[in-house]
Design a protein around this ligand. Structure first.
Ligand code: KG4
Ligand code: ZN
Length: 333
């Protein structure tokens, strides 16, 4: 058997509030995964302030890349290519990562690979498999649901350079809806993890909200359920029927059930038995439980990344970068 030489890809991610760098070998083995975040500074404003995010990224990026190399036990000469998030994201933040990656690639004479952040969230499912679990690595073709703070996308994936967008949200993203509902309920930012925790105390409620089903499409809409929560909460203040935990539970149920239903339907339509979930909302415990149960009933294998790879990180960027190196779809950043 001919053994191909290993390829070490340095990934850089600065699309939102994180400054992240990682080294991944052959698209599989995470040698290092460093994430610095300015989230605490934004939390007091109830949302991301782009100016603060990009300033911090400028301050952090050199140290974060150095730390990623150190942790991986190599210096820059050990890197075979640089992969960087080129879209979507906050423009000032993206620019920090792209400029840094471009300069590195130029100085090292190594390829630069531009990566779509949303597709990389789906790729997070292919990382972190020790030798004993190699059989569990997902198979393509697959359907992927990426649920983050800015996007809710359903893809059909044939290969790592062939993602077809099946559907998306027409208004708020799933994570955005969690954040806005948390704000309505006065719970803090980011709302997803807080609602996830609080909802567990509100399970015994008859309260229900409906998410738009947009039949015959793979699209989503979450602005209706968010508004329903707003009106309900205003009335609640007067009547005090349902505590916030029950509202959080009913809202979460509504979002989780539509995400589950539409993901299973997309798998059936594409005739695939593999479903990949990615993005910050993939950390949601109710989504993990409900999708797990429903997928089993439909003979579908559902994959969730480890918690540390659900939210923004550079390992997913480096991992997808390995597969796009030298491919037609890989544009220079
Ligand atoms: O993927 P991500 O880290 O950043 C973006 O690319 O947007 O996703 C962040 C989003 C936030 O809206 C956050 O509230 C949500 O993911 N999130 C969750 C949970 N953890 C994070 N939503 C629901 N349940 C969670 N446990
Ligand atoms: Zn993300």
């Amino acid at each position: 058997m001919i053994r191909r030489p290993s390829k070490n890809i340095l990934g850089i991610e600065t699309s939102c509030d994180e400054t992240a760098a990682a080294v991944v070998r052959n698209g599989k083995t995470v040698l290092s995964n460093i994430v610095a975040s300015s989230l605490q500074e934004h939390a007091q404003h109830g949302g991301i302030i782009p100016e603060i995010a990009s300033r911090r990224q400028l301050e952090f990026i050199t140290a974060v890349v150095e730390k990623a190399l150190l942790k991986a036990g190599m210096n820059l000469t050990g890197i075979d290519a640089v992969a960087v998030t080129s879209e979507p994201g906050l423009i000032g933040s993206l620019l920090v990562g792209i400029s840094f990656a471009r300069a590195l690639s130029f100085a090292l004479h190594k390829p630069l690979i531009s990566i779509d952040h949303i597709k990389a969230h789906a790729y997070a499912n292919f990382l972190e498999y020790p030798e004993s679990r190699r059989k569990e690595i997902p198979e393509l073709p697959a359907v992927a649901l990426v649920v983050s703070g800015g996007h809710t996308n359903l893809y059909a994936i044939k290969s790592f350079d062939r993602f077809r967008l099946l559907g998306r949200t027409l208004d708020d993203a799933a994570g955005e809806a969690f954040d806005k509902v948390a704000k309505i309920l006065g719970l803090g930012y980011p709302g997803g993890p807080i609602i996830d925790r609080l909802a567990k105390e509100g399970e015994n409620t008859a309260l229900r909200f409906k998410s738009a089903s947009l039949p015959e499409t793979h699209d989503f809409s979450f602005s209706g359920v968010k508004t329903a929560v707003l009106y309900h909460h205003r009335n609640r203040k007067q009547q005090d029927h349902f505590p916030a935990a029950q509202t959080a539970y009913a809202f979460q149920q509504s979002v989780v059930s539509i995400l589950t239903r539409k993901s299973i339907a997309a798998c059936q339509k594409m005739k695939t038995g593999t479903l990949l979930i990615g993005g910050g909302v993939a950390a949601n415990s109710a989504l993990r439980a409900q999708l797990g149960d429903e997928a089993k009933k439909h003979n579908i294998t559902v994959h969730f990344p480890p918690m540390s790879l659900c939210t923004d990180n550079a390992a997913m960027i480096a991992g997808l970068g390995f597969h796009l190196m030298g491919k037609k779809g890989a544009r220079r950043a």
